[in-house]
Design a protein around this ligand. Structure first.
Ligand code: T6T
Length: 314
């Protein structure tokens, strides 16, 4: 596990795994295991969670895998061993592979709260907090349809890794909504392993095989970054509409430069805040909400300055 250092608000806040022992000592300890380290979405989520924990008198530490990878995340979760925190806030990087390790932490006494992604098995978490990702995909399709207007053509969808609940829901929501726009035709969902290079190659291949490509939906930050590279290499920036998800500093920069035509911003800090609220409610025997949403906002170049409050931290 790697320590994650995030710039939350004004001060630099750093933390690493806790190494203390004893159940009593852990009763105020929350651990956040996000999808991947040093990534603006999860940094913003961590900042929200940390501020809320402090407000409520709890201590939150973050242990993040180096990559969005179930094996790496399993190592971190397993390392909690017989000394689990009072609550584990976790972003399962695989909706099935992370079941056993998370269940084991629960069996040892931790309350489990899912933040961002979810497991397929809904019996493990006390509460799950995520954007309405299906709705986000739908919003992306509506936004693309508006951008294309009376034009017509093919649309490529870039997903991350099979088993990622969030991006799968976005891709599905997008494809379903696209069916309501007969001028636009999906050429299918491509997986990229959440690697920008793979996303770039898929775009290069699509430009070669699909001359009428009018749009790309990139379901997260890395797919968007790769898609922009692919379009740049093909000389198609601004000619093929790119709708991205998230609002990292690099994506916001890309929107300003015209590489993206729209972004669907999540509210990761809100996911972190609500995650801590639910963890604390569970620990203090107060009512817990099994499922909670967080807001989404479609942003285009024209309204980006008015929407700067939705941009992520880095
Ligand atoms: O889009 C977010 C997150 O919601 C998703 O689960 C994984 O990718 C991001 O972290 C962005 O890179």
């Amino acid at each position: 596990s790697a320590a994650l250092v995030a710039a939350c608000g004004s001060g630099q806040v750093g933390q690493s795994g806790s190494g203390d022992s004893g159940d009593t000592a852990n009763s105020k300890k929350l651990v956040l295991v996000p999808g991947v380290q040093a990534e603006p979405f999860y940094i913003s989520m961590q900042c929200g969670a940390q501020a809320e924990a402090k407000k409520l008198g709890y201590e939150l530490t973050t242990q993040a895998p180096q990559k969005f990878d179930a094996a790496m995340q399993t190592t971190i979760v397993n390392a909690m061993g017989s000394n689990p925190p009072a609550a584990l806030l976790v972003t399962p990087t695989d909706d099935q592979a992370m079941l056993a390790p998370i269940q084991q932490v629960k069996n040892r006494g931790s309350k489990i709260i899912e933040v961002d992604t979810t497991l397929k098995d809904t019996s493990v978490a006390e509460s799950s907090i995520s954007s309405d990702n299906t709705e986000g995909g739908k919003l992306a399709a509506q936004t693309l349809a508006k951008l294309v207007g009376s034009g017509k053509g093919s649309v490529l969808i870039l997903d991350t890794i099979a088993g990622t609940s969030t991006t799968a829901a976005r891709a599905k929501g997008f494809e379903d909504e696209l069916k309501k726009h007969p001028n636009l035709k999906s050429v299918g969902i491509q997986f990229t392993q959440n690697e920008p290079d793979q996303a770039a190659s898929k775009v290069t291949a699509a430009l070669a095989s699909t001359p009428d490509l009018v749009g790309i939906f990139a379901t997260n930050l890395n797919t968007g970054e790769g898609a922009a590279t692919g379009l740049r290499n093909g000389g198609k920036i601004g000619k093929v509409n790119l709708v991205g998800f998230d609002a990292s500093p690099s994506e916001v920069d890309g929107l300003r430069k015209g590489e993206y035509q729209a972004l669907i911003a999540q509210d990761p800090a809100q996911i972190g805040t609500k995650g801590v609220d639910q963890a604390v409610a569970a620990l203090e025997g107060k009512p817990v909400q099994r499922q909670l949403g967080a807001e989404l906002h479609a942003i285009t170049k024209d309204d980006m300055d008015a929407n700067s409050k939705y941009f992520y931290k880095q």
